[in-house]
Design a protein around this ligand. Structure first.
Ligand SMILES: [Zn+2]
Length: 50
């Protein structure tokens, strides 16, 4: 779903942890802090809403 090259460079903006792709839920999940980011049309939305 997401370009593997893009996954390589993507990091959680909150803790800079690695991200896991959850294809079923169309989202990325941070393996460190568990924050989830929606994926829209193959583009991860990394905006952190706080
Ligand atoms: Zn994180």
């Amino acid at each position: 779903m997401i370009d593997p090259d893009l996954m390589e460079i993507l990091r959680c903006p909150l803790c800079h942890g690695e991200l896991d792709e959850d294809e079923a839920a169309s989202e990325l999940r941070c393996v460190e802090c568990g924050h989830r980011y929606p994926v829209i049309d193959g583009i991860p939305d990394m905006v952190v809403d706080e």
